[in-house]
Ligand binder design. Structure first.
Ligand SMILES: [Zn+2]
Length: 214
């Protein structure tokens, strides 16, 4: 089960104290999606992944984290309006703001994952347009990420395949991955499965259970 508790945290940017809901533990039993979105209860815990200060708009895993950006950045119109993107969910907007902070502070991996998390939330609330937009913004990060994190380079390519397909870049997916092979068996099966889905222009959400049972 997921355990949550309440914690009073003081914002490192503006000093405002607010009570946040914090997640103690959860589980992710079951097959992850093809972009590694977790299964189980963890899937429904996104509300607790980031804190957003209601006073100054600072977003971080914990608002007590020392910010690497100045308060002025949080006051920019471009930040407050998520670059003019009208998200249907405040949570998606929160992930997007975290992406903007991570981009500004050159945290490439966190920027990428925040975009992906924003896309997941858009999926959940039926905001299809912004789900695609977030995935398209995430795509250019994958090359750099694979370089920075050689150990997980294959996994990052697996995520890239799913992002390409779910943002309807079917031809690019085919061109890029048709002649590739992955060492890890589950990833190789995912590649074959993704190409089959792309061939029938299927942009739906699938998990590793679908791949391995196929
Ligand atoms: Zn604050």
């Amino acid at each position: 089960m997921t355990t949550i508790f309440h914690d009073e945290c003081k914002c490192a940017v503006c000093g405002h104290t607010h009570t946040y809901t914090v997640m103690g533990s959860t589980n992710s039993f079951g097959y992850a999606d093809l972009d590694f979105r977790p299964a189980g209860m963890q899937r429904r815990t996104m509300h607790y992944w980031l804190q957003e200060c209601p006073e100054c708009g600072y977003v971080s895993r914990s608002v007590e984290d020392e910010p690497a950006i100045p308060r002025e950045f949080l006051e920019l119109e471009i930040y407050r309006t998520c670059e003019g993107i009208h998200f249907e969910s405040n949570l998606a907007a929160r992930f997007y703001k975290h992406y903007m902070i991570c981009l500004e502070t050159e945290k490439v991996s966190d920027a990428f994952h925040s975009l992906l998390h924003a896309a997941w939330e858009c999926d959940d609330c039926g905001d299809a347009e912004n789900a695609v937009l977030c995935r398209e913004k995430a795509l250019p990060f994958t090359g750099r990420l694979a370089e920075l994190d050689a150990r997980n380079a294959e996994a990052i390519q697996v995520i890239r395949m799913d992002i390409l397909r779910r943002s309807r870049h079917f031809e690019e997916l085919k061109a890029e991955f048709e002649n590739k092979t992955f060492e890890e068996e589950a990833f190789e099966k995912a590649r074959v499965y993704q190409l089959e889905l792309a061939a029938r222009k299927d942009e739906g959400c699938y998990n590793f259970g679908d791949v391995l049972d196929d």
